[in-house]
Design a binder for this molecule. Structure first.
Ligand code: AHR
Length: 483
């Protein structure tokens, strides 16, 4: 199989925000894993867990969505500011009815962003909050001058405003965020966004409206029609479920039948159809593609690990998840003209995580390694490839500063593949080559064996006279840079 890479053409830029993450007040997604508090025995900087932050810094997290998810529509930001011992304890009604002490609030979120070097993506509460509450939160965070909320922020220790890059108005408003109909939501959105203060006229806050659940095309059509001129992006939520059902049995994360390997791949690839169809509807209202599609929840969703709280959504992460990550990232790249941000759910310990923790231990998942290998595509220019690859293979070619990166995934459970890329005559040499692969379908890392599945140097590449030949094992992700 041969693909010709067209180096003469300039494609759209692959936004770095496609590599965005999401952390919700859910299970062990924040407490004990990202945030341990300043008095913890686990090494930390201002309460942020150092081993986890250091691992995340390596993958250059560009943006972090917070505080939810469903939690966002029950979150009242004032509960999470001021001295910690005075903060209100609430019940997290969406996720296990556990007590939330609000020790991780606005100041802690921006401290985490500072340490990660990531931008902010805040999701407002429009389900149980008010317009005034939302407007005052934005005033608290971003007002540079004298004002009641800016003064309160200073009183709580933060002199200068924080930059808020992205702002979500509603989360799953069609479901747990208010059970609204799209006609009603569109009006609610129009109202809330009217009162979103924009103090920094040079860097206005990017407004994200709640978009559809999976293939709800009517939602996209209605919101774009009624509110399209008031938004910068509209979200899409789609999770990969091996059994295709939200019922009792979504499929296990490990020890699954081979049929669930194939069904997982098929469902992951469905993202392409969803983006294509939603984008076509958007084209009708926005032919110049000024409004972006923001896939702010995606990833695998399995049955929770046995013995864990069902409300904590804790699952293992295997080489299968690495395939799902690569398939989705390649799809997002392909739609770089419309998809500006994506946020995998969720960064640590929840659903398709980068990192799992247990006490003071942590491990990197196979998904983490895909994000590590793929980061060379961030803000790179997408390159076109002409030619077919086998059914179970997907790839991206991109260029940044003269370096070409080809990342390719062979998600066949058994068959190895040989793929040739040509058209690369202006390039001289392979600069780096990595592979992530494993023998077993559910190979994964454990706290006893944290490096069972990890990145290694790839030796199956030959580059000669502009022709790159790759011998890809089954179940592998490979990333090559050429200079
Ligand atoms: O990511 C977990 C949950 O999935 C989010 O809170 C919600 O938005 C979605 O249903």
């Amino acid at each position: 199989m041969t693909v010709e890479i067209i180096l003469q053409k300039t494609g759209p830029q692959i936004s770095k925000y496609i590599y965005g993450q999401f952390s919700e007040h859910l299970g062990n997604g924040i407490y004990g894993s990202l945030y341990v508090g300043d008095h913890s025995d686990i090494p930390n900087v201002n309460g942020m867990r150092s081993d986890v932050v250091n691992a995340l810094k390596k993958i250059h997290v560009p943006v972090l969505r917070w505080p939810g998810g469903l939690f966002a529509d029950t979150y009242h930001w004032r509960d999470g500011i001021g001295p910690k011992d005075g903060r209100k304890k609430i019940v997290n009604t969406n996720w296990g009815d556990v007590t939330e002490n609000n020790h991780f609030g606005t100041h802690e979120y921006f401290e985490l962003l500072r340490q990660l070097g990531a931008d902010a993506y805040i999701n407002a509460n429009i389900g149980s909050g008010t317009v005034q509450e939302m407007a005052e939160w934005v005033e608290y965070m971003t007002m540079p001058g004298e004002s009641p909320m800016a003064n309160l922020r200073r009183q709580n220790g933060q002199k200068t405003p924080w930059p808020v890059k992205f702002f979500g108005i509603g989360n799953e408003s069609w479901g747990g965020g208010g059970n609204m109909r799209p006609e009603y939501y569109a009006d609610v959105y129009r109202q809330y966004q009217t009162f979103l203060p924009q103090y920094d006229k040079e860097h206005p806050i990017y407004k994200v409206a709640c978009g559809p659940n999976e293939d709800d095309y009517h939602w996209t059509d209605t919101v774009m029609n009624a509110a399209g001129q008031y938004l910068d992006g509209i979200s899409l939520h789609y999770y990969t479920l091996p059994t295709g059902t939200w019922g009792q049995n979504k499929g296990d994360a490990t020890n699954f039948p081979e049929s669930q390997w194939s069904s997982t791949m098929t469902r992951a690839k469905h993202m392409d159809e969803l983006i294509t169809k939603h984008s076509t509807i958007m084209d009708h209202y926005d032919p110049e593609k000024k409004v972006n599609l923001i896939v702010d929840e995606w990833g695998t969703w399995y049955n929770v690990e046995k013995g864990t709280n069902p409300g904590f959504l804790h699952q293992q992460n295997t080489i299968r998840d690495a395939m799902v990550a690569a398939i989705n990232l390649n799809i997002f790249h392909k739609h770089a003209d419309r998809v500006y941000m994506a946020n995998i759910a969720q960064m640590v310990n929840v659903l398709q995580a980068m990192i799992l923790t247990k006490g003071d231990q942590m491990l990197k998942t196979p998904t983490y390694y895909v994000f590590d290998m793929y980061q060379k595509h961030m803000d790179a220019e997408l390159l076109e490839g002409i030619g077919q690859v086998p059914d179970n293979v997907t790839y991206t070619a991109s260029r940044k500063n003269g370096t070409v990166t080809i990342s390719i995934c062979n998600y066949d459970a058994h068959e190895n593949q040989v793929i040739t890329f040509n058209g690369l005559k202006t390039l001289k040499t392979i600069d780096s080559a990595q592979i992530l692969t494993a023998d077993k379908l559910d190979a994964h890392n454990t706290f006893e064996n944290p490096n069972a599945v990890s990145e290694a140097t790839f030796t199956g590449a030959k580059f000669d006279h502009g022709e790159l030949q790759l011998a890809l094992p089954s179940k592998s992700v490979v990333s090559i840079t050429l200079k």
